[in-house]
Design a protein around this ligand. Sequence first.
Ligand SMILES: [Zn+2]
Length: 243
Amino acid sequence: MSFLKKMQSALGTGKPPAVTCPYCNATLDIEPDRKRKCPECGKTIHPKRLHNEEQKRFVTDEEAARTDAANEEHHRRKRVADLEQRLKDAQKSKNRYEEAVAHALIEAEAGNVDRAWGYYNQALKETMKGNQMGMYRCTKFDMSMLLKQEGRHKNAPVLLSEVCYLDYCEYHGLTTPVFAPGVLGEIRLAMKRSGTDMTAFRETFISMTQQVSAVKTRHPPIQAWQALETALRELDSRPKGAA
Ligand SMILES: [Zn+2]
């Protein structure tokens, strides 16, 4: 170490303290901001921070995997605790819709898909009681996400058809975009993974939305489909990586 570096280090104005390789104890003159190989022993050094630590440490492959697993478990517990709080709040305020959704999310988190599905159906019934189509639409979208989580994309286009139809009815004629880019992206993914082409999706969309239109609104499904098809083709024609 040069005299200047020693002085900087002593005064606390220089670089951060030197990093030691967790395998061979070699001193590295730079602090890795991502995983990189030790120039001395060639093994991979990982900068990692455990959820309750302030500073990152430079660790081995094995400890990096342990840290990732511990962080994931910490976040999972936090999600469960948050959902349980959400359930308590819903029960306290006697919000039956919110209660069913919280139950559904708790079951989904625990991997109990059938039970989650049952609670989502309860939530849908609650929205129908008050004709709360916005909440109905959100629940249908959440259900399509549950299918995605389970790798069962086959039925997702049906749910997403309803979501898009309701968005069309809601935002049709306004200056805001009718279809959310996130929803269009999910449709594209579900179509791809379930092997649904545009013609098949059109059939799904029309038959599904005819049932919705009986409940809700006078917008002809065919008009909504034309808008959706245009939006999907536009999405396809965009260069990769564009927002
Ligand atoms: Zn090393």
